[in-house]
Design a protein around this ligand. Sequence first.
Ligand SMILES: Nc1ncnc2c1ncn2[C@@H]1O[C@H](COP(=O)(O)OP(=O)(O)O)[C@@H](O)[C@H]1O
Ligand SMILES: [Mg+2]
Length: 192
Amino acid sequence: MTRMLIIGPPGSGKGTQAERISERLGVVAISTGDIFRANVKGETPLGVEAKKYMDAGDFVPDSVTNKMVRDRLGEDDVDGGFLLDGYPRTTAQVDYLDGILATGEQKLDVVLQLTADDEELVTRLLGRAKETGRSDDNEAVIRHRLDLYHGQTEAVVAKYAERGILTQVDGIGGIDEVTDRVMQAIKAAQSA
Ligand SMILES: Nc1ncnc2c1ncn2[C@@H]1O[C@H](COP(=O)(O)OP(=O)(O)O)[C@@H](O)[C@H]1O
Ligand SMILES: [Mg+2]
């Protein structure tokens, strides 16, 4: 049973690595970005609300995101553990997640931070824009998302560092190479 978070700036490879960790550890990967995008695509009320923020590279309001995550974490497939990708991104979300977990007397085992410098991230995301056409992958919006990461999500990372459960992994390199680093880091954290 593993309960984990993967945190990193946009373009750091969270989604790619989360999928691999999920397969290897047999835990369900939950990406708030993917859930929002599925709702945008399906034109649900949640999607219609979220789209306004996502297209601008802004965070969807905490009240909306928190409720969505609470509902998702209540589903049956989460019983064997989870890996959250893209949440929490604000310190208010950290507090909210603490509340959800405390209710079930659960605790986080590992928080992984994937690191990469801004120029590498912008290059990657502009490349991804050509392939996937994600509506928030244009340079101005990418820079804004990076600003929010530095301005808000780094404070989230600091909180977990204070708790002694943060593990940093260098996200620069080939996908397999990064996966090897990630799996080693998880092992080391779990035996610590
Ligand atoms: N925890 C969250 N809080 C607020 N907004 C979120 C959260 N997770 C995802 N979003 C919204 O979805 C968008 C895309 O998220 P995501 O796919 O995780 O992007 P990336 O991994 O490129 O940073 C974000 O820019 C934001 O608008
Ligand atoms: Mg992602």
